[in-house]
Write a protein that binds this ligand. Sequence first.
Ligand code: URA
Ligand code: SF4
Length: 209
Amino acid sequence: MAPKFPGAGTFVPPSTDLSALALAARSCRGCDLWEPAEQTVFGAGTASARMMLIGEQPGDQEDRRGQPFVGPAGALLNRALDEADIDRELTYVTNAVKHFKFVRADRGPRRIHKKPLRSEVVACHPWLEAEIRAVDPSVVVLLGATAAQAMMGTAFRIGTDRGRVLELGDAKAVATAHPSAVLRAPDDERAAAFAALVDDLRVAARLLV
Ligand code: URA
Ligand code: SF4
């Protein structure tokens, strides 16, 4: 029987040129997520970045604007990067899954984020691999469990393994909380969650020097 999701593999051109990859990704049909979404949200940033940051999937605003981490989670990420003395302009930012997965609110126009299935993460993985080949970063920051498990395997746990220096091929990786998890933290825990994110980003930044 044909697999439910063919996966992105057949859509990925044999290129290490990011614009060629981004253009091809616009017509990816590797899984079902492309259809209800507005557009593919490919990675963005410096092609020769030494640091690559990987999130989960685009959110509502990313889907509308076609850019990763430009909504509320992106604003929090920007603040955390600033505090860790990392210039986002010099990084490459992407997601494990390139289409926004959502359910519609019962009432009103709101689109509510839905966590991607493992099969969707696997289907989209060839794009992430192509981005890593093209950018060839020396440090990869894994933002949240979806990104961490996409790269380190499903046994990986952010709770116990965050903030440690991990080996990822020729590169080093550091996993940390997802910025959205910090946003969702209870009021009295948010400052500590933010500080922990900044600490982990500093671990990653130190690997660059
Ligand atoms: N959350 C993510 O994981 N990625 C984005 O691009 C935006 C929100
Ligand atoms: Fe292709 Fe990834 Fe979008 Fe699925 S989520 S259609 S694999 S780009």
